[in-house]
Design a protein around this ligand. Structure first.
Ligand code: SAM
Ligand code: DTB
Ligand code: SF4
Length: 332
């Protein structure tokens, strides 16, 4: 059993400074040991740390919008927006149309507005349009997040200048399994983009996808890559693969639901000060499973009936779930 993780629990309970227990030197063996804990022990540790760092009732709420859909030249095996998958490609949305969606999201109670584009990397003139979107969304009083593919350091700097709060760029899986899912960009390309975002002073949103046919060691490897970054991502999305017809992973096998909950709990324990987002895949989960994920330390969700191209639970249904659990939107 990893002694440091046990110490971290005691640290929270005994009121020792939370900063003292954020570690960046996790070994794969320690992370594998966490995954292998008896479920009640794993949940207890995740809960204890969650409570040391966060109000366990509060859930951060983000709404997603696809500002440029489909036709992407990358070959990510899970993604309906890869040109391979054949979804109809759209052009970049107009700034005003994006702001109308952002106003609607704010009216429904979202705290953050995340804009996604199906690009390998942004062209400089498109980046200027995205910067105008960021400025407009921020002026509405919403936090801003974008995910645009790979960035050069100067592009990250331009987004920071526009006031961007978060950049989402996922590692997706372990370095070993990665090549089976994506061949058009490398793991190192992703780490380079994350470094550019971090160096520009933008908050990092970085996580992965489970349920792609990887084994537990790959889930260990994904968490290890995230939890050993010099600074943990402020936000860690844990996506459950949404199987979409036309993608290479459309026929992926079901993941054991407890294994998904374990992944959330291990993310919470290894990155205790980060927001852990229960991201894609909630449409396929019942309320009990989502409640288990909250108990495992998830404290953020995507809110609104659509993710980028696939369905997400209706907003009313999410409000009813939070209400039933006595949970509240963060900041409310
Ligand atoms: N093109 C940009 C990029 O890949 O960096 C931004 C958009 S991309 C759709 C954002 C993330 O969504 C991916 O990194 C992946 O983790 C997640 N994603 C895409 N398709 C998914 C699916 N079918 N199920 C779960 N997560 C998915
Ligand atoms: C993330 O980790 N998950 C979100 C967000 N970042 C951009 C995207 C999920 C996409 C699910 C498939 C779709 O709707 O196209
Ligand atoms: Fe393109 Fe991003 Fe989808 Fe990969 S995940 S195919 S880069 S939109």
């Amino acid at each position: 059993m990893p002694g440091a993780a046990a110490g971290a629990v005691a640290g929270g309970v005994l009121g020792v400074s939370p900063g003292a227990v954020v570690r960046h030197d996790w070994t794969r063996a320690e992370i594998a040991d966490l995954f292998a804990l008896p479920f009640p022990e794993l949940m207890f540790r995740a809960q204890s740390l969650h409570r040391a760092f966060f109000d366990p009732r509060a859930v951060q709420i983000s709404t997603l919008l696809s500002i440029k859909t489909g036709g992407c030249p990358e070959d990510c095996g899970y993604c309906p927006q890869s040109a391979e998958a054949g979804l109809k490609a759209s052009r970049l949305m107009q700034v005003e149309a994006v702001l109308a969606e952002a106003r609607a999201a704010k009216a429904r109670g979202a705290g953050r507005f995340c804009m996604g584009a199906a690009w390998r990397s942004p062209k400089d003139h498109d980046l200027e349009t995205v910067c105008a979107m960021v400025e407009g969304v921020k002026a509405l009083g919403l936090e801003t997040c974008v995910t645009l593919g790979m960035l050069r350091p100067d592009q990250a700097g331009r987004l920071k200048q526009a006031g961007l709060d978060y950049y989402n760029h996922n590692l997706d899986t372990s370095p070993e399994f990665y090549g089976q899912i994506i061949t058009t960009r490398t793991y190192q390309d992703r780490l380079d983009t994350l470094a550019a975002v971090r160096d520009a002073g933008i908050n990092v949103c970085c996580g992965g996808i489970v349920g792609m046919g990887e084994d537990r060691d790959d889930r260990v490897g994904l968490i290890h890559s995230l939890a050993t970054l010099a600074q943990h991502p402020e936000s860690v999305p844990v996506n459950l693969l949404v199987r979409v017809d036309g993608t290479r992973l459309a026929g992926a096998k079901d993941l054991d639901p407890f294994e998904f909950v374990r992944t959330v709990a291990v993310a919470r324990i290894t990155m205790p000060a980060s927001m852990v987002r229960l991201s894609a895949g909630r449409e396929a989960m019942g309320p009990e499973m989502q409640a288990l994920c909250f108990l495992a330390g998830a404290n953020s969700i995507f809110y609104g009936e659509k993710l980028l191209t696939t369905p997400n639970p209706e907003a009313d249904k999410d409000i009813a779930l939070l209400h039933a659990l006595g949970m509240v939107p963060m900041g409310a």
